[in-house]
Design a protein around this ligand. Structure first.
Ligand SMILES: Cc1cc2nc3c(=O)[nH]c(=O)nc-3n(C[C@H](O)[C@H](O)[C@H](O)COP(=O)(O)O)c2cc1C
Length: 372
């Protein structure tokens, strides 16, 4: 099998990538005070130096008091954090790589006591109370407007410090996805109800980001059917529903869709007509929108990622790439995001290119303990 197709350039508008390999966004929690430090710079530089075409950074928070949900997550606002990110950009560019920040608001997942101000509750589509205390603040129109402005400002900052694109985190049951999903959005105003209503927050946010970065700057949008609150959840149970969901996002200004799945080889709609029954979520998204797409999920490894988020001694072993390469060659997707294989092994891409399969590292939770 030749892996050559993974190492072909990719062009979309002003974005030119040297390979089809994308580093998937992965929260690493190594940025005390929210500032990416020298260790973070070196972590991303090494992946760019070893053949990753596009790095999508770990989720990085927009400027809103409830955006953050976890310790030591880097910010994407404030002079100190943006100065750190600027150094990351310079280091990646010096290696011939490209980079986009993943802009993030965790929404109702935030717990009281979380950095930076522990008295701020989660913010979400619906209010939640526990023992008479508001643990999630139901967002008003003013809150919605403020979060949209925060994303637009972060995108403008990304462009100003030389980032090559931005990725909006609309997946995995975080804020934007909480608006999409019927189970977490029972609003009775214009931001709830129908698919159009539940997508309105995302559409307005994408439009604001587009206005902030101008017509040509690449906007990537990550979405998923599954939610961390429910792995079997589905926003779109049919191709028709997926089209209805995606079209307004594409029209609002998305250039590239990042279709998050746990196993890239799974058919999204297996009951579809035979010629398309094998397509994964990225394949359907490309077909329905005509936009370039990124696939993701267990590339190069034999076990999916969620079981590694809990304590486990399991090890995911390197897996062959034949199936992936065949799908890429059939143009089911344009780009391939790699998570854990690149987290544990900065040289994963160059080892693949050079056929050094025996040198590729297995993944275990131990890899999460350091930023090498
Ligand atoms: C440690 C870790 C942190 C993650 N953090 C994020 C994140 O910040 N944003 C995001 O969209 N996905 C996040 N993910 C999901 C990955 O981007 C990716 O979709 C997932 O790991 C599947 O790819 P893989 O099987 O190649 O690891 C994370 C995954 C891992 C393992």
């Amino acid at each position: 099998m030749s892996v050559q197709s993974l190492f072909q350039p990719f062009v979309s508008g002003p974005l030119t990538l040297a390979s089809r390999i994308v580093m998937a966004p992965m929260t690493r929690s190594f940025s005390p005070g929210g500032v990416p430090n020298d260790q973070v710079i070196e972590y991303y530089r090494r992946r760019a130096a070893a053949g990753v075409g596009l790095i999508i950074t770990e989720g990085t928070t927009v400027d809103h008091p409830a955006a953050n949900g976890y310790p030591n997550v880097p910010r994407f606002h404030g002079e100190d954090a943006l100065a750190g990110w600027r150094k990351v950009v310079e280091a990646v560019h010096a290696e011939g790589g490209k980079i986009a920040p993943q802009l993030w608001h965790v929404g109702n997942v935030r717990r009281l006591g979380t950095e930076p101000d522990g008295s701020v509750p989660g913010y979400g589509p619906m209010e939640k109370r526990k023992d008479d205390q508001v643990v999630v603040h139901g967002m008003t129109q003013a809150d919605i407007d403020a979060v949209i402005v925060a994303f637009a400002e972060a995108a403008a900052a990304a462009k100003a410090i030389g980032m090559d694109a931005v990725e909006i985190h609309g997946a995995h049951g975080y804020l934007i996805d909480q608006f999409f999903w019927e189970a977490s959005n029972q609003r009775e105003d214009a931001y709830g109800g129908s698919v159009q209503g539940r997508s309105r927050f995302a559409v307005e946010l994408i439009q604001a980001v587009r206005a902030a970065v101008g017509p040509d700057y690449p906007i990537i949008f990550r979405f998923s059917q599954w939610k961390q609150q429910d792995y079997s959840a589905r926003l779109a149970p049919t191709p028709e529903a997926l089209e209805e969901f995606l079209q307004p996002l594409a029209q609002a200004g998305v250039d590239i869709f990042h279709c998050s799945t746990r196993r890239f080889w799974e058919a999204e709609f297996p009951d579809a007509p035979a010629d398309v029954a094998g397509l994964n979520l990225a394949g359907w998204t490309r077909r329905l929108t005509g936009k370039p797409v990124i696939t993701v999920g267990s590339v190069g490894l034999d076990g999916e990622f969620l079981k590694f988020m809990a304590k486990t001694d399991e090890v995911a072993q390197p897996a062959r790439l034949d199936g992936l390469v065949a799908r890429l060659e059939q143009q089911e997707f344009d780009l391939v995001a790699v998570g854990r294989a690149l987290l544990v092994d900065p040289d994963w891409a160059v080892k693949v290119r050079e056929g050094r399969d025996d040198d590729i590292l297995a993944f275990s939770r131990d890899a999460l303990g350091n930023l090498s």
